[in-house]
Design a protein. Structure first.
Length: 318
């Protein structure tokens, strides 16, 4: 979907106003999502029940998540769920410039631990191919407060460590920009943020940032996607125990010192702080999926009104 959205965005240009561009992009993005949503049902019609069941059993063999295993076993046990099973195995969520994003559940058309581990292995292989070997390269990994974000982040760290990378892992949920900042601050090779941004609570996602702290662009997106396609069964991947890696200094916590450097950098961009403190301006702030009071630490003296619901991570949006 990221590649399709990128193609749509590239076509938008000319002398149109910002408002016209925004409306055009919103309309096109909706059409792309509608089209992408319809694709699996077309492929699922061509897949036989036997093919879907065979792929489902292969998937079960490598799934370490008891929730998605139980979900898939229930689909296999119910003949009336054959179409749902075919849809789950009609393809795979596609990796692009926006990374991955999808509804959580079992199978390659959903966000789950198997897919996260496979994508992490492909990312590690691509990074190594660009730099000959992992060596002492580091990758920053962060996550938000959505369902399973932390376990997805820990799976990502475990696979990257198993591939020889050093990993900086957040110890609690963080705002997405902190990961991008940490990549450049720590001179890391890449960053991973487990989040689905503004999407409903049943979604999760996987964003990748390059060494410049920016979201990946071509040709890195297609290079990573190609490396992901070469990854076999994830239960055969080498992975590291996080505690042992932490004791050995290969897994490093993203500490408060780095978080403070980020907020300090943001505050330094604020102009006319004295005027803000004297102003009657009040900003309403609604946290989403993350306990970090981003606005509070970056407000620069501006008064804030924070909605309490969503201030602590619960996995739900509202």
């Amino acid at each position: 979907m990221g590649e399709l959205e990128g193609a749509v965005s590239d076509e938008v240009g000319g002398q149109r106003s910002v408002g016209e561009l925004g409306r055009r992009r919103i309309d096109d993005s909706f059409r792309v999502r509608l089209f992408a949503t319809a694709i699996p049902s077309l492929y699922s019609c061509a897949m036989s029940d036997e093919q879907a069941r065979a792929q489902a059993h292969d998937w079960l063999a490598q799934d370490c998540d008891p929730e998605t295993k139980a979900e898939l076993e229930a689909l296999l046990a119910d003949p009336g769920k054959a179409e749902q099973l075919r849809e789950r195995f009609s393809g795979s969520l596609q990796f692009g410039t926006a990374g991955l994003r999808g509804v959580m559940g079992a199978g390659p058309m959903r966000m789950n631990r198997v897919l996260v581990q496979k994508v992490s292995a492909g990312l590690a292989d691509y990074l190594a191919s660009q730099n000959n070997s992992a060596g002492q390269q580091a990758v920053v990994v962060g996550y938000d407060g959505r369902h399973k974000s932390r376990i997805f982040a820990e799976d990502t760290a475990s696979i990257l460590l198993g591939k020889g990378f050093q990993v900086y892992l957040s110890t609690t949920c963080v705002p997405t920009p902190v990961v991008a900042f940490a990549v450049t601050d720590l001179k890391a090779a890449a960053g991973v943020m487990v989040t689905a941004s503004h999407n409903p609570p049943e979604y999760n996602g996987y964003k990748v940032y390059w060494s410049n702290g920016a979201q990946i662009i071509p040709p890195n997106d297609t290079g990573i996607a190609s490396a992901i396609s070469q990854v076999g069964s994830v239960d055969q991947l080498e992975r590291a125990d996080l505690k042992s890696a932490n004791d050995a200094g290969q897994l490093i916590d993203l500490d408060e010192a780095l978080i403070s450097r980020y907020y300090q950098g943001v505050q330094e961009l604020s102009l006319h702080k004295d005027l803000l403190r004297q102003s009657a301006l009040c900003v309403a702030y609604t946290p989403m999926h993350c306990r970090w009071p981003l606005c509070e630490r970056c407000a620069g003296g501006c008064r804030l009104f924070q909605f309490s619901h969503g201030a602590e991570p619960s996995g739900a949006r509202w």
